[in-house]
Design a binder for this molecule. Sequence first.
Ligand code: 1HE
Length: 265
Amino acid sequence: MSPPAPLPDLPPSLRAERQGALALLRLARPEKRNALDEAMVRGIERFFTDLGEDVKAVVLHGEGEHFSAGLDLGDMIGLDVAARIAHSQTWHRAFAAMEFGRAPVIAVLHGAVVGGGIELAAAAHVRVAERSAYYALPEGSRGIYVGGGASVRLPRLIGTSRVMEMMLTGRTYDAEEGQAIGLSHYVVEPGAGLAKAIELARRVAENQPLTNFAVMQALPRIAEQDPASGYLMEALMSAIASGDAQAQQRLQDFLEKRAPKTVRR
Ligand code: 1HE
């Protein structure tokens, strides 16, 4: 078997490692509570853009007590309007590279998941929250506005009204509340998030690659289309995925009792 593809060069505030078919990306700036500065955001873009073809799923997590304190507020000091637009668009590119990248991303959330930290988490495909996690959009009290895609991604997750209320009042949601409103898919005990995310990522990595492609690339676009175009796109995607040799084999495996059943777990 060929050795795993090398991981892209990253700043010291981001650490990447391979575990078989998985890649793990760690926010490694705990002394600043994983506040995301420009080097980290550009590093995130590079990581997801240059991900090797043999990476089948990614786990994103944070070092220290918090997933991320959001934007490094120092980056907002003294920029003119054009530079601020460019700054926000750098975040958009980085998180789009993740959301529409080569491999599904499972994020582990703990401690503060605030501002740009929620924006980063919202670009992941599966979110596992430890009980310590809490969510906030403190932009209002900082005198700024979201710039990492929250206006687009968060209303789709939790509704425009909740995003408005979070931004206006600075209210926080804890891990359980976050799960109830759709910010995370799982809540686990403190310290158990990474193991859970790796378990989920291994499962994701075993799917047919074309199915994962369809889920990541087609599903969110279909969901935004008018229904008639969406049904057509779904039929086309479905035909492409199920016509693949690996899909045909998997179907045969089930029919000939070689594949596991879908049971409650
Ligand atoms: C930071 C940042 C940051 C910490 N930018 N430096 N985000 C926020 O408004 C959240 C701001 N952070 C906090 O409220 C707190 O830091 C925490 C609740 C997350 C953690 O508190 P704590 O007591 O553990 O840490 P700390 O003492 O506040 O912070 C440790 C250091 O990290 C300290 O620096 P030091 O040099 O004094 O050690 C902090 O200044 C630094 N630090 N958070 C810069 N965010 C694309 S637009 C997105 C818009 C947003 O994300 S707005 C939300 C910004």
